[in-house]
Design a protein around this ligand. Structure first.
Ligand code: PLP
Length: 295
């Protein structure tokens, strides 16, 4: 069984009602050229994406990811994606994977080829790098200024904050800066000192029994993992809330977590130059939940 699958997808209009969805996918060899040089996703990062975790043959939280893809398309003024078509593509890829193991399944919807009439789309699924140690031992993180004040998303919607666009060069630069400072990851702050998110993750803090995350006001992505974890925490008697989190609350939290779809929950053991409390049992509990089949 192949552990890497790539499907080129002819994106259908959102309202198209087609029974033979399979005919709109075309499997290609990921090691062979598949995109045109005029592709705006590669030339300008002009497109959107989602990354879904697949655990033992189950694609986690498919609907929330597809709803966020639809929201990103709306913000970027891309054609609304046909969600049944994407669901069928995901199902086809997952069915072809080995029944056990962890995989990262990426969906991409690009504005298409320069001067071309139609958007382009593809799905690529590959084995997920081993995150077992990171989930167990946690990570070191640094805070980095994102350069935006609170309220920027509303004042400047053309910045496309809140959309999961392909323009991740800044996010990757932040990870390099974190590594230069001896850390594994970063936490973005607004220029007025409030917690936003990681370059590829949501931030959750715990004080006592209360778990908090920044409100997804438009400046950050609303993480599917964070939402799923909050459902679990609520269902098991813990209190959760969305609120503005000043950097002081991050530095003095009882626990800080970076959560995302493939790495899952990574506890922050050091923030900038200080140690943070870290509970390995809590890490085990959160990741056991996140690895269980979730919809
Ligand atoms: N914020 C950013 C900027 C991200 O890139 C990601 C995931 O890649 C997240 C948050 C977490 O989102 P999710 O939990 O849906 O993976």
């Amino acid at each position: 069984m192949a552990d890497t699958i790539t499907l080129l997808i002819e994106p259908l209009p959102a309202d198209a009602d087609i029974t033979r969805l399979d005919a709109t996918f075309h499997e290609v060899d990921a090691s062979m050229p598949a995109l045109r040089v005029g592709e705006l996703s590669t030339q300008r990062g002009d497109g959107i994406f989602e990354t879904i975790g697949v655990v033992d043959g189950h694609a986690q939280e498919t609907r929330p990811h597809l709803e966020r893809l639809r929201n990103s398309a709306r913000i970027c003024e891309l054609p609304e994606p046909n969600l049944p078509q994407w669901e069928a593509a995901i199902a086809r890829a997952v069915a072809a994977l080995p029944p056990t193991g962890e995989f990262a399944l990426k969906l991409v919807l690009s504005r298409g080829v320069e001067h071309g009439p139609a958007p382009t789309a593809w799905l690529h699924v590959a084995p997920a790098a081993g995150f077992v140690e990171v989930r167990r031992r946690g990570i070191r993180a640094v805070t980095l200024d994102r350069g935006y004040g609170r309220g920027t998303a509303e004042r400047a919607p053309w910045l496309l904050l809140g959309a999961k666009t392909l323009s991740y060069a800044v996010n990757m630069a932040a990870l390099r800066e974190a590594k230069r400072r001896g850390a594994h990851d970063a936490i973005f702050l607004t220029s007025d000192g409030y917690v936003m998110e990681g370059p590829t993750s949501s931030v959750i803090i715990r004080r006592g029994d209360v778990w908090s995350t920044p409100a997804p006001s438009g400046a950050i992505l609303h993480g599917t993992t964070q939402q799923s974890l909050f459902e679990h925490l609520g269902a098991t008697g813990r209190q959760t809330e969305y609120r503005d989190i000043p950097v002081y609350d991050l530095e003095t939290a009882d626990a800080v977590w970076l959560v995302s779809s493939v790495r899952l929950a990574a506890g922050v053991t050091h923030l900038d130059d200080r140690d943070l409390p870290y509970d390995a049992d809590e890490a085990r509990e959160l990741n056991a939940y996140l690895l269980s089949p979730r919809d």
